[in-house]
Design a protein around this ligand. Structure first.
Ligand code: GDP
Length: 301
């Protein structure tokens, strides 16, 4: 239900247009498919993805001898689910049972990284886990204080140094503290300096080295936080971060604030990185595991 509510803007523009299309065209013909392409591209599904999808639909419609547009609808839904079904990777977070899990958050400023960390801390606490935060964005003014506010909201502690200090040292201290306190999940914030890719890479590499020296199989997840309202921009951020550091999953925020929720499909199809969680609002419990079928059905129903 949260999904349905959060996706209402996308549904309004996207599913309504598709439904309108299906009722205007009784028969599926070339013109119908062209209009369908248009609607999908406008929803930020991504041009290449749309062309592939529609080609596939045309072939399948022909094979199944579907001529009636309403009969095509279940096929469209099926294709969407298929597109989004992650191939090999797991949709679930890689959380260790009985030992410390380290999750690194990366992403540019303003995408909702701090908010997502707060929400995820809350989620893990609800699951009965002990959570600690590391204030690894020592670069941006106010980032540490902002993380502390979210820490308070979620009821979890924050390990911090002063602004301008070495983020790798903060993460090192946080790991030591996590061990002492028998923490289950450590969530690490990082600075999002995309303007300087070399700096970003160096900083993230150093954090990685420190983490791996302590726990060879960590970080267990590197989550890239992306803002759904930035559309194709989010896609290019994902490419840059993926080159700078390996990304194991994406958290797509502000899906409630966009009519272009089709971006999920473009990310999945063009990058092959699973969208693991989505942000559907500004509150502590507005984070949801991304569920392909729920997403697609929320769009079409
Ligand atoms: P950061 O700079 O990446 O740490 O971004 P913040 O966490 O400070 O978030 C930036 C703004 O986006 C804030 O106003 C948040 O309330 C808002 N925000 C974050 N996630 C969501 C979301 O899922 N939905 C909506 N509507 N707003 C969000």
């Amino acid at each position: 239900n949260k999904f349905k509510e959060g996706l209402s803007k996308t549904r309004d523009s996207f599913a309504d247009k598709i439904n309108d299309l299906l009722s205007r065209y009784r028969k599926v013909d070339e013109e119908f498919f062209e209009e369908l392409e248009e609607v999908l591209i406008q929803a930020d599904v991504g041009v290449q993805t749309v062309l592939d999808l529609v080609d596939d639909l045309k072939m399948e419609a022909k094979r199944q001898k579907i001529e009636d547009s309403e009969a095509l609808k279940p096929l469209i839904i099926e294709k969407f689910v298929e597109l989004l079904q992650p191939s090999a990777e797991n949709q679930e977070l890689n959380v260790q049972d009985g030992s410390l899990t380290v999750i690194l958050f990366v992403g540019v400023n303003g995408v909702g990284k701090t908010t997502t960390i707060g929400k995820m801390a809350h989620m893990f606490k609800q699951q009965g886990k002990k959570v600690l935060l590391a204030a690894g964005d020592t670069f941006r003014a106010g980032a540490i204080e902002q993380l502390e506010i979210w820490g308070e909201r979620a009821g979890v502690d924050v390990i911090k140094h002063h602004a301008g200090s070495d983020p790798a040292a903060v993460v090192y201290d946080a790991i030591q503290a996590a061990r002492k306190r028998e923490i289950d999940v450590l969530l690490c914030d990082t600075a999002g300096r995309l303007q300087n890719k070399v700096n970003l890479m160096q900083e993230l590499n150093k954090i990685y080295r420190v983490i791996q020296r302590e726990i060879p199989e960590a970080p267990h997840e590197t989550l890239l936080v992306l803002d759904a309202t930035t559309g194709q921009n989010a896609l290019s951020q994902a490419k840059t971060f993926n080159e700078a550091t390996g990304i194991s999953g994406i958290v797509l925020t502000k899906l409630d604030g966009t009519a272009k929720g089709g971006i999920v499909i473009a990310i999945r199809n063009e990058l092959g990185i699973p969208v693991k969680y989505v942000g559907l609002g500004e509150k502590l419990d507005d984070l949801q595991p991304f569920d392909v079928e729920q997403y697609v059905y929320a769009l079409f129903s």
